[in-house]
Ligand binder design. Sequence first.
Ligand code: SF4
Ligand code: SF4
Length: 134
Amino acid sequence: MPGKIVINDKTIAFLEKIIELSGETITLCDQCGTCSGGCPVIHEMDITPSQMMHKVQLGQEDVLESKTMWLCASCNTCTVRCPRGLDVAKVAEALRQVKLRQSIDNVDLNSIPKEDLRELPPIAIIAANRKMIS
Ligand code: SF4
Ligand code: SF4
């Protein structure tokens, strides 16, 4: 059975924080699913982009434990297709910012073996630094 939807000061504050960080009027999302339908990395995600938007609308902070915001490639496919003009990539970025501002990194470059680091394209390491490390 799905969990009970709770709306209180905490959930509203979380929604308002993500609206402020992303600059997107997330409440406009009508859950049409178009963003999920065109996302090229959805097969790797644990929740779809539209589910991510829904959780933010409801102020559910457990969205921060999802992999989806880290896997978003900021390709903007969803953004150009969203009938409500919402930039889903900006919402994913705002969610990452919440974690990174708490100094919670999503990748530990020191844990990658040196021989693997040598094989990785430098742009991948730079991108990981920018996107996933506080
Ligand atoms: S395409 Fe836009 S309106 Fe539709 S679910 Fe995604 S964010 Fe919401
Ligand atoms: S911007 Fe992110 S969520 Fe949107 S289609 Fe691209 S990878 Fe998927």
